[in-house]
Design a binder for this molecule. Sequence first.
Ligand code: B12
Ligand code: SF4
Length: 238
Amino acid sequence: MHDLHNPGGSSRDFSTPAVRLVPERLAPTGLDLVAPLTLGAYQQAVSEPLRLSARDDRLALVVGNTRALWPLFLKAFQLQFDLQRAADPLDRYVEQALARALEGLPVLDVRFAHELPPRRVAIQRAADLAGMASLSPAHLSVHPIYGPWIALRALVVLDTPAPTRAPWPAAPCWEGCRRPCLEALQKALEVGWDPKKTWPAWVAIRDACPRGQRYRYSEEALRYHYARDRKALGLLSP
Ligand code: B12
Ligand code: SF4
């Protein structure tokens, strides 16, 4: 199977039904990035509190999204009262989309990127090992096509053998790059993290990266993600 979102994956065995079914089911929800890895690769790469309890040879799927998610999420938000009332409507939307996509599959665990310790998952590490996105010097995950303009949402573990035993790390994004993200990170660290005031300095880190610039998030999506501005969700927002 040709996987545009995971170019390094072409020589892996994608015949495992779940590896085809989950992306197919998730695509209409805007969760358009899915990459498989063997759970053991993740377990070896992280420290004990971040490990999951399943056999190393089981299939893990990293789930993420590009800006494709935003309009589909907004549409659902306008229609669903439960999303409008949720403390975090986007996280709730992701949970619902994934629950539907995993129906009938042998799910061992689902760890959402927004879960707090002790359920925290090192999702950037998993995305790197799966070949989905490189861990960048600015602590962003950088996709070969979409650059840093992606979000990582969940790690799913299924009771089915992984298509490969070895990790398939993403090609390092910094090779051949003069790393403008580092200067932008330095500036952001100087002003500090404040969703009300300093958030543009944090957006500037993504903007500094030459990769995937045409896949930049919309202004509304940026205001929602960085300034935590619920007005970006439209008129029905409470
Ligand atoms: C905690 C957290 C933060 C903390 C980081 C503090 C810290 N020292 O770890 C703070 C609040 C600073 C932060 C900021 C932001 N975050 Co954040 N964050 C997370 C979260 C929930 C957990 C990270 C973690 O603890 N991982 C476990 C550790 C052990 O993994 P690790 O591989 O060893 O370490 C990684 C991170 O901890 C991070 N990190 C480590 N030290 C530092 C220091 C700084 C200054 C920053 C920014 C990050 C950072 O980078 C490491 C990899 O290089 C993840 C989601 C997840 N579950 O992973 C999102 C996540 C990493 N964040 C994300 C984003 C987008 C942001 C922000 C842009 C805010 C926003 N509006 O969304 C900013 C700025 C990020 C940037 N580089 O520009 C995205 C990244 C997407 C991408 N394409 O890379 C993630 C994956 C969430 C998601 N749903 O997609 N974040
Ligand atoms: S600017 Fe270069 S090193 Fe920094 S995240 Fe982008 S590709 Fe990676």
